[in-house]
Design a protein around this ligand. Structure first.
Ligand code: NAD
Length: 481
């Protein structure tokens, strides 16, 4: 694989800096690859290539059905290269091979297939407004899209942007997170193999402040699609205001997972565990605040702590592992500092609380950690930790559970667990979040929109709503008089 180069205008080339940097395997702390250290010069070349492909190249002139076939082919090629894609993803992120190979890379392929279907179905409207006029709208591509993605679901979150952008006829420059660029580079190879016209998809690797910001500032980028932290999202929005480029932001979360006393508690238990420990808690929608109705609190907690202690931590490439290392030494230090803050603020540590002793002292492994007796005022309940740390809060009534669940600046996701349909629907309406699961956690579908309320961002990905940010509506008025 061409990991040491950037992919621009259908060709591989060294970064303008002529330098590379090392990516690290978080399970072993060893170097996994040398990657091109891109900067604003590479971004400029990539944007020019994307602009040319958009304005003059075959992409914008191609029949939608042909675009659809190419996008579908990308989905097929991802599946044909599933093992390699999954290994590359696990190598950089520390996520288990099960998660990358059975869940996330196949879901990304599905997203390409889903949006291949949309290429021929994007349409405007005809409006019969008055005699003497023929009025209609067209949905046209926005132009050159700069896609900036984080390290927790590197290829999956890239697919949520690339697939609808291409389906709508845009061209793309992708900036993967600097820690996790390998699947994006492998995908560039697949684009070559599929015969995607040159310049339609480009990848520039390198640091966020240089490569990401250069995309945001570039006058010839029409839209930024960003997933990442709320802090960087705010910075991007401020910077994009200079050129008023379109921006969609999928940001952080501190999602409430609310268990009512009448729930199927065994199912809720599984949901609580996957809600926080899937992908070591490095999930924007992680159910990081678990609200348990007082009446069932003790029974639920004793089962939860027992199950959490039994989670197998270790080598992500081992099929029996349930939790790999967190992404980096920095992230491990951040998570451990939050655990300290939880102890100092008086939360009761009931499971974990430190670095896990696996891997012979190597690797950024953190124990699954649970704090009980947390309140929304504590830092561990307010701030996104992005690690395997659960804050448990007891509540007494339905209204209190919902109100406390809503007590956050974020609004990405939530779940409620109950056998009472009316209670479930009342809670689902009242919770201010982009996704509410009822008796489930962490379920996604290419056809179901995903995105945030409040400081979790705006714009939706997936589903038909996921097409909207990649199109402009044009009104055409033909005077017939
Ligand atoms: P991050 O904000 O640090 O980085 C995200 C991306 O932006 C990376 O590619 C990074 O290189 C780039 N970047 C960093 N600084 C930049 C700058 N100044 N200008 C332009 N680009 C810049 O986030 P992260 O640490 O990679 O990912 C974790 C965050 O992502 C968490 O807050 C998480 O909640 C969020 N996230 C949100 C969703 C969602 O769908 N809402 C999904 C996954 C992750």
């Amino acid at each position: 694989m061409q990991s040491g180069q950037v992919f621009i205008g259908g060709a591989w080339r060294p970064a303008a800096s002529a330098q590379t940097y090392a990516t690290i395997n978080p399970a072993t702390e060893e170097e996994s690859a040398q990657v091109a250290l891109g900067d604003e010069r590479d971004v400029d070349l990539a944007v020019r290539a994307a602009r040319k492909a958009f304005e003059a190249g075959p992409w914008s002139k191609m029949a939608a059905a042909e675009r659809a076939r190419l996008i579908w082919k990308l989905g097929d090629l991802i599946m044909a290269n599933l093992d390699e894609m999954a290994r590359l993803e696990s190598l950089c992120t520390g996520k288990t091979l099960f998660d990358s190979g059975k869940v996330e890379i196949p879901f990304a392929a599905e997203v390409f297939r889903y949006y291949a279907g949309w290429a021929t179905k994007i349409h405007g409207e005809t409006l019969g407004l008055r005699e003497g006029a023929f009025t209609f709208t067209l949905r046209q591509p926005v132009g050159v899209v700069g896609a900036i993605v984080p390290w927790n679901f590197p290829f999956l979150l890239a697919s949520w942007k690339i697939a609808p952008a291409l389906a709508a006829g845009n061209t793309v420059v992708l900036k993967p997170a600097s820690l996790t660029p390998l699947t994006a580079l492998k995908f560039a190879e697949l684009c070559q193999e599929a015969g995607l016209p040159e310049g339609v998809f480009n990848v520039v690797t390198g640091p966020g402040a240089a490569v990401g910001m250069a995309l945001v500032r570039h006058p010839d980028v029409d839209k930024i699609a960003f997933t990442g932290s709320t802090e960087v999202g705010k910075q991007i929005m401020r910077e994009a205001s200079g050129s008023l480029k379109r921006v969609s932001l999928e940001l952080g979360g501190k999602s409430p997972n609310i268990v009512f006393a009448d729930a199927d508690l065994d199912a809720a238990l599984k949901g609580a565990l996957t809600g926080i420990f899937y992908n070591k808690g490095e999930v924007c929608a992680a159910g990081s605040r678990l609200f348990i109705e007082q009446r069932v609190h003790d029974e639920f907690m004793s089962k939860l702590t027992e199950r959490a202690k039994g989670l197998k931590i270790g080598d992500p490439m081992d099929r029996s592992t349930r939790m790999g290392p967190v992404i980096s030494r920095h992230q491990m230090d951040v998570v451990l500092a939050y655990i300290e803050a939880g102890k100092q603020e008086g939360a009761r540590l009931v499971v974990g609380g430190g670095r896990a002793s696996v891997g012979g002292g190597k690797g950024y492994f953190v124990e699954p950690t649970i704090f009980d007796g947390v309140s929304n005022r504590m830092k561990i309940a307010r701030e996104e930790i992005f690690g395997p740390v659960l804050s448990v809060i007891a509540f007494k009534s339905v209204d209190e559970g919902i109100a406390e669940g809503n007590e956050t600046t974020y609004g990405l996701a939530a779940a409620v667990w109950t056998r009472d349909v009316a209670k479930a629907l009342r809670a689902a309406r009242a919770i201010r979040a982009g996704t509410v699961w009822v008796n489930a956690y962490n379920l996604y579908d290419a056809a179901l929109p995903f995105g945030g309320f409040k400081e979790s961002g705006f714009g939706r990905e997936l589903g038909s709503a996921g097409i909207d940010p990649y199109t402009e509506v044009k009104s055409i008025w033909v005077d017939l008089s």
